[in-house]
Design a binder for this molecule. Structure first.
Ligand SMILES: [Ca+2]
Ligand SMILES: [Ca+2]
Ligand SMILES: [Ca+2]
Ligand SMILES: [Ca+2]
Length: 371
């Protein structure tokens, strides 16, 4: 994560404006609308912070130590961001109700201060000031789940400089206890969660950016995990998505390889072990991935953002778990994170990229009916 961040500074290319793109290949996105965030926006999450049924967006900004919260007007347009102070060098944010009051809260990893910040939501789109807990060495990514089935939100973080994944168990009141850390590969970064072996408990996969691999850890259902199994992928894997791409109801894994400009797809053999990767060419410096059924045919598709070529590549499943050539759409400069939700509630998936430049922005792409 640290190294790719430096890389990103050097691959900011020319200023490109968003362009109109027409529906083709099962994907249609309206012209992107930019919104200003903080400095060096790093990643984001969606959640219904205001409680009106319309997804809102939170963005962490690495160089300004703030979380920017964008409240949805209800039609997929957003109010100007409201800022909350995070820890130093925040890199990841997720939304969940950590204190069981029915209101969405935020969990933020701060790599500089090596803390996790919990922001309790007021339910009206605003948040209380952060409460910090220790985050271990360079906590760079957070993923949420209920690992022990007690209905209290838990989370996993990757500790980039100690090569660990650490599990935090929720008490249900907004506080957490740290349990175990697990050895993974070098420079672990994003984590995805799914039940890979079908035993009813959440498992996790983490990208090991420094060792060109992923580590899969099987959850035991009590908040503990087995020893990691490692699978090789491409060069500089920077993000991972878990979803059923081949339609056998078993979650598969897709990884973006930043240095190869590719996506590695690892199909679940059915028991939580994975076949050798199938590789697909993306754009330059792909760095984030999201799995969504854009074409609404029941077959899972995915999109990646390419930080080097300032665009996104949307891959539509041909129905058999294979992906023909992607359709590309231009974004702001250095898109570093991509996520999807249905912001205007028209039943068509929308996309957001977080653009990691000095004056960070998000680009909101509302989906339109595909031809
Ligand atoms: Ca809450
Ligand atoms: Ca739990
Ligand atoms: Ca499992
Ligand atoms: Ca599809």
């Amino acid at each position: 994560m640290k190294n790719i961040y430096k890389t990103l500074l050097t691959i900011c290319l020319s200023a490109l404006l968003v362009q109109m793109a027409n529906g083709q290949g099962g994907i249609c996105l309206r012209k992107a609308v930019p919104y200003k965030a903080g400095k060096f926006s790093f990643s984001a999450c969606t959640g219904d912070f205001k409680g009106d049924g319309k997804p809102d967006v939170a963005v962490v900004n690495y160089n300004s130590d703030i979380v920017s919260v964008f409240i949805n007007n209800g039609d997929g347009t957003f109010q100007p961001a409201v800022s909350y102070s995070s820890g130093h060098y925040p890199t990841s944010v997720k939304s969940a109700d950590v204190n069981n009051d029915g209101k969405q809260d935020l969990i933020v990893t701060n790599t500089g201060s090596e803390t996790i910040s919990i922001f309790i939501g007021n339910g009206d789109g605003t948040f209380q000031a952060k409460k910090d807990i220790p985050g271990g060495a360079f906590p760079c990514y957070v993923a949420i789940a209920d690992f022990n089935h007690d209905k209290n939100i838990d989370f996993a973080i990757s500790n980039d400089s100690s090569n660990l994944v650490t599990i935090y168990m929720g008490k249900g009141d907004g506080t957490f206890t740290t349990t175990n850390s697990y050895d993974v590969g070098q420079y672990p970064s994003p984590i995805a969660i799914a039940d890979f072996n079908g035993d009813g408990s959440d498992d996790l996969v983490v990208t090991n950016t420094g060792s060109n691999s992923i580590s899969v850890l099987m959850g035991k259902g009590d908040g503990t995990f087995g020893t990691a199994t490692t699978y090789p992928v491409g060069s500089y894997p920077n993000c991972v998505a878990a979803a059923d791409f081949n339609g056998d109801k078993k979650p598969d894994i897709a990884v973006v390889n930043s240095a190869n400009g590719s996506v590695s797809m690892l199909i679940n053999k059915g028991d939580g072990t994975f076949a050798r990767p199938i590789n697909y060419a993306a754009g330059g410096g792909p760095i984030s991935i999201v799995a969504v059924d854009f074409s609404k045919d029941g077959a899972m598709d995915f999109a990646v953002c390419n930080a080097g070529t300032n665009n996104i590549s949307v891959f539509i499943n041909n129905g058999t778990g294979m992906f023909p050539e992607p359709t590309n759409f231009q974004t702001g400069i250095s898109p570093i994170c991509i996520l999807s939700d249905d912001f205007n509630k028209d039943g068509i998936p929308d996309l957001i990229t977080v653009n990691n430049n000095d004056n960070g922005t998000i680009s909101v792409f509302l989906g339109c009916p595909s031809k």
